[in-house]
Design a protein around this ligand. Structure first.
Ligand code: ZN
Length: 272
């Protein structure tokens, strides 16, 4: 029997499925964990979703996603903090270990100022996260999203906020899609290991050519990311958590999801 003990799937990877369908299919194929996107708990509410997940026995590494902290409007920033606290409460309710933060970026707001807003916002919600016993993981996003999704693009920038706020509940979600090009990737993974801030490891692949900058990720092994090398660095860093498959793909969402799940499992077993 292949060892799937470290495999986790993000529910968005099987976007056509509801939470119940994800749970059923993952359990059936022997996948022990799933990271839950907020869209699948919305129709149920966190309480019912939490009950379903506890009943399933599956582990929940993360709730995705919180963040989007930046704005030129102070009242919007305040409302976002409230939403992030709700997100932390939902994570607690569904038994998720962490909330992944896509930190935001705002056209017209300088990146340095945006990063300052991000640090201030995370500082504000950390006590809430600690009280709920839910970790916060900053996910650096590829620089093609620097205009409007994330002012944090390199692991180094996430590390700087972790160092500034220095809190045991704050760390980094490393996603190969966003960070594979970073010349400091190996060093930063080692650094995160020393600082105990490597909270999550997300995998997929970068399709060449990329036809869409949001929804054209591909299966591990079908793109240009040196997955085995990055996996080695993560292993050397002592990371033993789940290796989470997170693929946004119009192409794969259009196919039979049960068959697709088998392809994911096989790629995860052979390409990492
Ligand atoms: Zn990710």
């Amino acid at each position: 029997m292949p060892d799937l003990s470290r495999l986790a799937i993000h529910t968005i990877t099987n976007k056509p499925w509801s939470l119940a369908e994800c749970i059923y299919a993952y359990k059936k194929i022997g996948i022990p964990a799933l990271s839950v996107w907020r869209n699948v708990i919305e129709p149920l509410g966190a309480k019912e979703a939490g009950q379903m997940l506890r009943d399933s026995g599956l582990k929940v590494p993360a709730l995705i996603r919180g963040g989007f902290f930046t704005s030129t409007d102070a009242s919007v920033r305040q409302a976002t903090l409230d939403d992030n606290r709700r997100c932390i409460d939902e994570a607690c309710e569904i038994g998720a270990e962490m909330v992944v933060l896509v930190v935001g970026a705002t056209p017209g707001l300088a990146l340095a100022e945006a990063r300052k807003q991000v640090a201030d916002s995370i500082h504000s919600i950390l006590p809430h996260a600690q009280a709920a016993n839910v970790k916060l993981a900053i996910e650096p996003l590829h620089p093609m999203y620097a205009a409007d999704r994330s002012c944090i693009n390199r692991i180094k920038e996430a590390r700087q906020i972790c160092e500034q706020l220095h809190h045991s509940m704050l760390g980094i979600a490393l996603d190969v899609y966003h960070t594979w090009w970073d010349p400091d990737l190996e060093q930063e993974i080692a650094h995160a290991s020393r600082q105990k801030t490597l909270f999550a490891f997300h995998v997929c692949d970068w399709r060449v050519p990329t036809r869409d900058f949001l929804n054209d990720r591909t299966l591990m092994g079908k793109g240009c990311i040196p997955l085995k090398t990055i996996r080695q660095w993560v292993d050397l860093a002592g990371f033993t958590g789940p290796i989470e498959v997170e693929i946004f793909s119009d192409e794969y969402w259009a196919m039979d999801q049960t068959r697709y799940l088998e392809m994911i499992r096989d790629a995860w077993l052979t390409q990492l």
